[in-house]
Every structure is written in structure tokens, then in C-alpha cells.
Design a protein around this ligand. Structure first.
Ligand SMILES: *Cc1c(COP(=O)(O)O)cnc(C)c1O
Length: 341
């Protein structure tokens, strides 16, 4: 197997069309056998449920080449479960979890030439997605669905290393109480785009969303959960029913406790206590952890002591340990690494 001739070390975080993708259709109440295809386009009726009523959801995970040359994925069972939870909330038929994991394996193997080599800093991003494909005009769930997985090689999410980010406390809300904040629905992203473009225009990298009811508690950004480190090295993450349960964040909390021996706490975090923390980071599959340097709360600037040059020391340890587990340098907890080849 020859790897593709790409400049692996300089890949951006963008879409590069690869050779094969996985497709399965749901018709007459059942998922078909599913197949790999070279066709990178999707052809649908103009009236498909996804187009008008946004019946669509997605997942994101990565395949890595480990130090000993294996290709692995990280906790794909949690992505399978989360997509099933999301589907249920959107009245979509869940794609069976064992088949999700099997399909991830198939599509990664079929694109082995696109899996970046160990040490390049690049990974293969895996994007499963599910959408209503049959015609719907009255407001109701579609009757037919398509589940697909595409893969694309990506470079580090933040080029040139993890420069600490500047955040603003957003005046927009990300999620309503009892809404869809805790599922990975496309609709959550559609309505976040105006907020992020606005933040970018104002010179910020990301939004910090507060809870929609009281606007006092920290929720998350548009696509990453928060981790905070207290001045006495406790790792704190916001507890809320309206944030997306990040697999990276859940894994980092385990790493903090079991690998680094730190105290961890999932609790309500108030915007008013931001100035008390020593470090702040954003966690998600794409970047693992991105350090946050400052948060602007309506003109009041909170600067974390870790500064604007590099990650804070605890954030760095968390990052090194989790990526060490993912890349095979450190022993993983039981069941975290799924070997594909
Ligand atoms: C996907 C996502 C995350 C990160 O989740 P991971 O499982 O760690 O990739 C965080 N917040 C939101 C809103 C997301 O959609």
C-alpha cells in the first residue's frame, strides 16, 4: 500500500475528496446492507426532509497512525451512541451502533492510502452523517433516510501550534432549556454561524455561550466544551443539560483523574468566577484542547494567568497525555482504542 503523495505536515483543516465513502439507505422501515462507493455526490429529491426542515445530524472522529504503525480510532462506540441519541431526538431511525463501528472500520480501511503517517501531525477525519432523504412538505419526519461516512485527511486544527484564543461572551444563545443543545444536530450549527461570524468581525476567535435562562452560567462554545483549571490545580468542567457531551472532554476528565492524579469536578460554572481560574481550554475532537487566553465579557476583559503565548501547564499535560494515549505512546484505558489495522 502506497500512501498518497500529499504534503502531510502542511495540510489544513479542510475537505479533500478521498476514494471511498460508506452509504446506507433506510427504506420501508429498515436499513439496507450498506456499501462503499466512489461517488462523492448525493442526489436527492428537491423536497427531501433535510433541505427544508433541517432533519440532519452528524458525528466527528479521527483515525490515527500509531507509533508502531497501526491505524486506530478513538472510542468510536461513544460516537455511535451519541448519534443514536441524536437521531432519537430528531425522530430519525438510529443507525445500529455495531454497524456504525463496522462502517467506520470499512471506510477507513478502504481509504488507507489517505491515513496520514505517524509523526506528521495530520490525522484522518471521519464524518458520519444522517439525513432525511424522502420528500416531506407538511411538517413531519421523513420516511426515508441516508447514513453516510466520508473521510478526509486534516492537518492540526490550529496551524502553527495552539495559540491561546480570544473569546467573547456572546449575546446570542446556543441552546434553549429542553431544546437540542445536548445533541449533535446540524441545526445547532446553522444558527451559530451568524454568532461566530459576528465574533470574528469583532476580532474574537470564538463565542462563550451562557445558559439561556439566567445568562450567568458558562455553557460551551459553538463546537467545543470548556475545561478550567483552578489555581490549586483542580480540573473543572461545566455541568449543564444543554451542552453537547464531548467525548474529548469526558476522556480528558478521566485522564486528569487517573493519569495525572488531579481532582476533577463537573459543576455549574458562573461567568462571575472566570477571573478565579488559572487556565482555560476548549475541548473537541478537531483540536483536542485549544488554550483560551482571554474572555471579553461586555468590555470587561478576563485574562487567564497562563497568558497569550502558550498553553497553561496543566492544559499542556492533559493534551500530551491524551494525544499520547491516542497515538499509542501511552497505555490506554480498556476499550478506548479500536485497532482498525
Ligand atoms: C462535537 C461537539 C463538541 C466536541 O465533541 P467531541 O466528541 O469531543 O468531538 C463540543 N460541542 C459541540 C456543540 C459539538 O457539536
Amino acid at each position: 500500500m502506497e500512501k498518497k503523495n500529499l504534503d502531510w505536515a502542511n495540510l489544513g483543516f479542510g475537505y479533500i475528496q478521498t476514494d471511498k465513502r460508506y452509504v446506507s439507505n433506510f427504506r420501508d422501515g429498515a436499513w439496507d446492507a450498506g456499501t462503499l462507493t466512489t461517488d462523492a455526490t448525493v442526489s436527492l429529491t428537491e423536497c427531501a426532509g433535510v433541505f427544508h426542515y433541517a432533519q440532519t445530524c452528524f458525528e466527528g472522529l479521527k483515525a490515527y497512525t500509531t507509533s508502531d504503525g497501526h491505524i486506530v480510532t478513538f472510542r468510536p462506540d461513544l460516537n455511535a451512541q451519541r448519534m443514536a441519541d441524536t437521531a432519537a431526538r430528531l425522530e430519525m431511525p438510529p443507525f445500529p451502533k455495531d454497524r456504525f463501528i463496522e462502517a467506520v472500520q470499512q471506510v477507513v480501511l478502504a481509504n488507507e492510502e489517505w491515513v496520514p503517517p505517524f509523526g506528521s501531525g495530520a490525522t484522518l477525519y471521519i464524518r458520519p452523517y444522517l439525513f432525511g432523504s424522502s420528500a416531506v412538505i407538511g411538517v413531519k419526519p421523513a420516511e426515508e433516510y441516508q447514513f453516510r461516512i466520508l473521510v478526509t485527511p486534516v492537518g492540526p486544527y490550529f496551524k502553527g501550534g495552539a495559540r491561546p484564543l480570544k473569546l467573547k461572551v456572546s449575546d446570542f444563545d446556543r441552546a434553549a432549556p429542553h431544546g437540542t443543545g445536548n445533541i449533535k444536530a446540524g441545526l445547532n450549527y446553522a444558527m451559530s454561524l451568524h454568532a461566530i461570524v459576528t465574533a470574528h468581525h469583532e476580532g474574537f476567535d470564538e463565542n462563550m455561550y451562557l445558559d439561556a435562562t439566567t445568562r450567568t452560567r458558562v455553557e460551551e462554545t459553538g463546537g467545543a466544551n470548556f475545561l478550567f483549571v483552578t489555581k490549586d490545580n483542580k480540573v473543572v468542567t461545566p455541568k449543564s443539560q444543554t451542552i453537547l457531551p464531548s467525548i474529548t472532554r469526558r476522556s480528558l476528565m478521566t485522564v486528569a483523574k487517573d493519569y495525572l492524579g488531579l481532582e476533577v469536578e463537573e459543576r455549574e460554572v458562573y461567568a462571575s468566577e472566570l477571573a478565579d481560574f488559572a487556565e482555560c481550554g476548549l475541548c473537541g475532537t478537531a483540536a483536542v484542547i485549544s488554550p483560551v487566553g482571554l474572555v471579553n465579557d461586555h468590555g470587561k476583559e478576563i485574562r487567564f494567568p497562563s497568558g497569550m503565548e502558550k498553553m497553561g501547564p496543566v492544559t499542556q499535560q492533559l493534551y500530551d497525555t491524551l494525544t499520547g494515549i491516542q497515538m499509542g505512546r501511552l497505555k490506554a484505558p480498556e476499550g478506548w482504542i479500536k485497532v482498525i489495522k
